[in-house]
Design a protein around this ligand. Structure first.
Ligand SMILES: Cc1ncc(COP(=O)(O)O)c(C=O)c1O
Length: 328
């Protein structure tokens, strides 16, 4: 399976590595746990994107790390702020910032690599949904820019195949290999060898890349249906952030002072469950209310109906929401 992955990653993501540098894991959480345990002898701080995926914060905190939130700007993690922080490991999602969707420009990528090179720092690149880009060219990985830099590259089968599989992979930099192998030499694989063999065959016979192409079309349809439904039902009152890739988008409500909590509970009463945007934020959530809208697991027909119901919920909650003087 490592050989199949190596060929796929090189072809589709520009990741350059030997199969020996690839480790099969049971999801992001396990990869991060292994990495945190490995690095905690020499590091004690993790810089994370803010807003950003909550799981790395939890896993590294559980391993005794101090978490340092770094603001996200138009080009992804703010690198000036990263340099000013005490972070010596940076967890980033450069090809599709989670949750806001920015792509880190090439100059910032080189700057981030230079940060890793110059101070004995480590980058964790989470390339979680790179297969799902609906417009423009695919964005090659950060790892491929400098395969010998201290970049830990993480990918998953959760988005395109199934999150129920619990199948992911990580590519370690050469510098971390001896320590990793010494620490985990006696560990058994956590992903069933039957599943690994089945996946290796699936890849070797070309089904995986065919499946990706098929799923990209399926998800693009759902993505477009969601955008259209938002335009139809909420256009004047919301702005979409981070569309064009992945399996979610963020809706920023305009002129609606109602809170995420009030909308989430009213939506849940109508059968719509939302992941709280505030869970991606360290410290205060943004002043404007933002909602995370996932479309991956929904049928296209239900997306239009779901947005219609959600729009009704937002407008109703907004009507009953107390306003400060001067607000409309
Ligand atoms: C930023 C990010 N990374 C990784 C994953 C996938 O993790 P896993 O491989 O554990 O399913 C997700 C899933 O939602 C995610 O949002």
């Amino acid at each position: 399976m490592r050989c199949n992955l190596q060929r796929y990653l090189e072809r589709s993501r520009g990741v350059i590595c030997d199969p020996e540098r690839i480790f099969i894991c049971a999801g992001l959480q396990q990869s991060l746990d292994l990495v945190a345990h490995l690095l905690r002898g020499g590091h004690s701080t993790l810089a994370v994107e803010n807003p950003g995926y909550h799981l790395p914060r939890v896993v590294f905190q559980n391993n005794g790390f101090e978490i340092l939130p770094v603001e996200v700007g138009a080009g992804g993690m703010d690198l000036e702020a990263l340099r000013a922080s005490r972070g010596s490991i940076a967890y980033v999602t450069p090809s599709h910032q989670m949750p806001l969707g920015q792509v880190m420009p090439i100059a910032n990528r080189l700057n981030l690599i230079e940060w890793a090179d110059s101070g004995g720092n480590v980058i964790i690149e989470d390339d979680y949904d790179s297969e799902l880009r609906y417009h423009g060219k695919p964005i090659p990985s950060l790892q491929g820019l400098r395969p010998d830099a201290d970049i830990i590259y993480l990918g998953t089968f959760s988005k395109v195949l199934s999150p129920a599989l619990r199948l992911s992979y990580m590519v370690l930099p050469n510098a971390l290999l001896p320590g990793f192998n010494a620490l985990y030499r006696d560990y058994f694989p956590t992903v069933s060898l039957l599943e690994q063999k089945a996946m290796a065959k699936f890849m070797a016979e070309g089904h995986w890349e065919r499946h990706i192409r098929r799923m990209r079309i399926v998800y693009q349809k759902k993505h477009d249906v969601m955008l259209k439904a938002i335009e139809k039902h909420l256009d004047a009152r919301a702005t979409v952030i981070g569309a064009g890739a992945g399996l979610h988008m963020v809706l920023q409500l305009r002129d609606m002072p109602c809170t995420e909590n009030s909308i989430m509970s009213a939506a849940a009463a109508k059968g719509i469950n939302l992941f709280p945007f505030s869970a991606t934020c360290v410290g205060a959530a943004p002043a404007a209310t933002r909602l995370m809208l996932g479309f991956g697991g929904m049928a296209a027909a239900d997306i239009e109906e779901g947005i219609r119901i959600l729009a009704g919920v937002c407008l109703k909650v907004d009507e009953n929401c107390p306003r400060e003087q001067g607000q409309k």
